[in-house]
Design a protein around this ligand. Structure first.
Ligand SMILES: *Cc1c(COP(=O)(O)O)cnc(C)c1O
Length: 391
């Protein structure tokens, strides 16, 4: 033991808040102080904290069986896969424990697809501002200096394009491209939605050259934008999609969804995971999907999102020195700031409202999908007081 070195590897700059309990959209400290949670564990607690149906699903599974390996059939895993296949473009699903692991499989699946076809397609196109996780492959895919510096040699095979540069995309998307990998709404990059028309054009460009379209919906999926998956707004479907965060409602779970064609190279022995698709995670995931796809649930998310956005537009208009604009889709919203975003996060915390900073001087607002209109109003009032304190 070295006295000066923290017992927890200091890769995060944390605040000193520590929560004892969670209830819906609220986090509660040991001493009873309540914070309104517009972070949802960074888009993870999609149904809020301690949702009774999730607690029940987890508890029942915990009393029956925690883990068997993927050497055996896992009924909860099959149920979850069937629900995902029923509600999406996908024919098949592989379960992981995180978004990063989903990104790794997506990359492997793309490479194996072209290997089986016998075409040499060395390149996957990605975009500046992207975030696909922190593995050696995922940081190479995103390519930012911040994430990659000091971790070379980086995994080859990615070409990072500027965000929003259609000419650069057209020039790069030739028959050497195996796939295009993109977030329909960039999360870490600063809540930057890809306009519907761009996603449609991207789908068409991929079809022209044969490149697979890989969507990273780890943050923007699972109802976050008011549709089960964000790409539904553009009326297109991907070939492969990464999912995680919200799908486990707080239990570690991720997935790669794919069409039968895109998945065709992934035969027995080509991939695996000890914990991926375990009974506990899948029991919770199946309940999350069941609730989010209940008729009316997403209509309610869209209605609340419209209300939230209106309130935020008024907030921005009232504090032009602090805010520049509102961006995002559904309950994946960002306040582009003029003041330093970290100052606003701090000022909001002083008002007992939790928010998340993102790149591009944005403050992210990611409340649970189950938040009420009254709680949204309460949160906007806290932001108003925070902005007043800043100015
Ligand atoms: C969080 C995130 C990941 C990585 O997920 P982990 O579960 O942290 O590994 C990948 N892609 C996007 C878009 C994310 O927001």
């Amino acid at each position: 033991m070295t006295a000066q070195f923290p017992a927890v590897l200091p890769t995060y700059s944390r605040t000193s808040l520590a929560f004892r309990r969670g209830e819906g959209a609220w986090l509660i400290e040991e001493n009873g102080t309540r914070y309104l949670d517009f972070t949802s564990g960074i888009a993870v607690n999609a149904l809020g904290h301690a949702h009774p149906a999730l607690v029940q699903a987890l508890t029942e599974q915990a009393q029956a069986l925690w883990h068997v390996s993927n050497l055996y059939d896992i009924p909860a895993q099959a149920r979850l896969a069937e629900a995902l296949v029923e509600h999406t473009f996908a024919d098949t699903a592989f379960f992981t424990n995180s978004g990063t692991e989903a990104a790794e499989l997506a990359i492997k699946m793309v490479r194996k697809y072209w290997y089986e076809i016998g075409e040499d397609r060395p390149t996957i196109l990605t975009f500046e501002g992207a975030f696909h996780g922190r593995s050696t492959g995922a940081i190479a895919a995103a390519g930012s200096e911040k994430m990659t510096k000091g971790f070379g040699p980086l995994m080859p095979g990615f070409k990072v394009l500027p965000w929003g540069d259609h000419d650069a995309l057209r020039a790069a998307l030739d028959t050497s491209v195996a796939a295009v990998m993109i977030e329909p709404v960039q999360g870490e990059g600063g809540i930057r939605p890809l306009p519907d028309q761009c996603l449609k054009d991207l789908r068409a460009l991929c079809d022209q050259t044969g490149a697979l379209l890989v969507l990273d919906e780890v943050q923007c999926g699972m109802g976050r934008t008011g549709r089960l998956f964000a790409h539904e707004w553009a009326g297109i479907t991907p070939d492969i999609m990464m999912v995680a965060k919200g799908i486990g409602g707080g239990f570690p779970l991720g997935a790669v969804l794919a069409s039968a064609r895109a998945a065709s190279g992934m035969t027995a022995g080509t991939h695996g995971s000890t914990y991926g698709g375990n009974p506990l995670a899948c029991a919770v995931g199946a309940k999350v999907i069941e609730i989010i796809t209940t008729p009316g649930f997403l209509d309610d998310v869209r209605r609340k999102a419209g209300f939230f956005r209106q309130r935020l537009e008024a907030l921005v208009a009232a504090h032009p020195d602090v805010f520049e604009d509102v961006r995002g889709l559904g309950l994946m919203l960002g306040l582009k700031c003029r003041a330093p975003n970290l100052d606003l996060v701090k000022a909001a915390q002083a008002e007992h409202l939790l928010t998340v900073p993102a790149a591009d001087n944005v403050v992210r607002l990611l409340p649970p999908l189950t938040i009420t209109e009254a709680e949204i109003s309460d949160g906007v009032n806290r932001l108003d007081r925070a902005a007043t304190a800043l100015a």
